[in-house]
Structure formats: structure tokens, C-alpha cells
Ligand binder design. Sequence first.
Ligand code: CO8
Length: 257
Amino acid sequence: MAYEQVRLERRGRAALITLNRPKALNALSADLLAELTEALDEIAEDERIGATVITGSERAFAAGADIKEMVELDPVAAYRDDFLSGWERVAAHRKPLVAAVAGYALGGGCELAMMCDFILAADNARFGMPEITLGIIPGIGGTQRLIRSVGKAKAMEMILTGRTMDAVEAERCGLVSRIVEAAELLDEAVRVAQRIASFSLPAVMAAKEAVGRANETTLAEGIRFERRLFYSLFATLDQKEGMAAFLEKREPQFRNR
Ligand code: CO8
């Protein structure tokens, strides 16, 4: 499919999705979401792709929901059609997603970054939840995901005041995994995604699923879940190959089987 509001490229076994509405600071319109989910569906079905980077521009990862589009939102239609449900498809994507954030990640933009498995931030990144300044609240997981990564005090402060955080604060409080120089961000994010994609895809998907489960369940249930996945990976050819390669002191050739 031809995309306009996102760009989809393949870099070896990694995919790169670039949000592509630079004039609107990548505001997240319904059309952009439709293209993003279509691109992710393409990636899900493509066996050659093992991980994906989602990025924006140097100025903005995404400045939130498209306010021009949202201003006339009809609450009855939104309820009937479940206006925001498409975003669940992003969160439910089963291969790893790395957010490469430069510039603004505000509102829905910050929420999209948090739907990814981890965030690499450029030194000019700014994260925030300005919805309260518009008379609304975050709507695609912000109130739930932010508190899980930065704790109650910071999440409450950001959501109640609309204050933004710079990259240093975001790294210090665990919202981002690392800060990278802005000029290096994309190359580094693609390198990281390619490294993930070089491993056995079933193992990578199981790791993502197991870590993700930690936010959904109790410790005891999570550990039981992890153990089931651990046992099941011994049914893969890649486990046999990975361990044989280690013992034979050679590089493994994973086949995603
Ligand atoms: N929606 C629509 N257009 C936007 C948005 C946006 N969120 N953000 C920026 N733009 C547009 C501006 O209107 C402007 O367009 P134009 O040139 O046609 O006037 C262009 O992008 C450039 O923006 P600015 O001139 O404002 O650039 P500045 O550098 O002066 O400021 C800011 C940059 C600080 C990022 C500023 O644009 C801003 O505050 N933007 C809005 C941020 C915001 O409030 N985001 C939260 C939106 S609400 C939300 O995300 C709800 C989440 C739940 C639903 C999620 C569904 C996707």
C-alpha cells in the first residue's frame, strides 16, 4: 500500500516507520492512525521483519492528537464507533517497537511513544501531557502507562499541570531507556532494532509478551506465565541452534522456527 502520512522503509530485518505530517508537527489524525496500523499489519505479516522503529522528525515525534480534527468530536459517535480503539492495535503489535523520539512527544505523541516497548530519546526530546490545558485528559493510555514508568508523583504532576520534561529528566525517571545525540538518534535506533531482529523471532516475541504481562498481572501469575513461555521455547529449532552454536563457538543461524 502507498502511504502518505507515514513512511515505511525496510532496513535489513528492521522496519522504520516515520510519522510524516511535518507541517502539523505530526499531529495524530485519524488518517495517520489508519496508515500506521496498516503499516504495522504489513510488518506483522512480513517474516523478514523482526523489529520496528517508530520515529517522527527532528522537531517533533508527534505533538499529540490533531486538535483541529478533535475540536468537533461528537461524544455519541465517539462512543458508538469507539473513536480511539484503533490505538489498541498499535499497543497489541506483537513484534518489538522502538520509539525514537526527537523534539516534542506531547499528549497522544507521548502516549504513542509509551505504547512502544522502549523509548530512545534525542537530547532535544520533550515529553508532556498537555491535555489538561485543553480541558480534557489523556485518552490513549497516558494516565495508565505514565504512572507505571515514572511513578505516581511525576505522573500526577505532569498530567495535572501539563508540565513538559526534557530528555535528561525523562531518562532519570525511567520514561526513556537512553539519550542519544539528535544527529545519531535514527541510526542508533535502527541499529538497536536490527540487533533485536537478528535474534530468534519466537524468543523475541515471547520476551516482549512476558515483560508486557508484568503490567497486567500479579507477580505470582507473571512468573507462572514466564515459566510456560520459557518451557515452550525449547520446542523451537532456534533454541537448539542457539545453544549448539554457543557450545560449538560459532555464530547462530536463527530461522525463526
Ligand atoms: N494538532 C493540530 N495541529 C497542531 C498540533 C496538534 N496537536 N500541534 C501543532 N500543530 C500545528 C499548529 O497548529 C501549527 O500549524 P499552522 O502553522 O497551520 O498554524 C503547526 O503545527 C506548528 O505548530 P506551532 O506554530 O504551534 O509551533 P510552535 O513551535 O510554536 O509550538 C508546540 C510547538 C508547543 C508543540 C505547539 O504546537 C503545541 O502546543 N501543540 C499542541 C500540543 C498539545 O496540546 N497536544 C495535546 C493534544 S490533545 C491529545 O493529544 C489527546 C490525546 C488523546 C487522544 C489521542 C488520539 C490520537
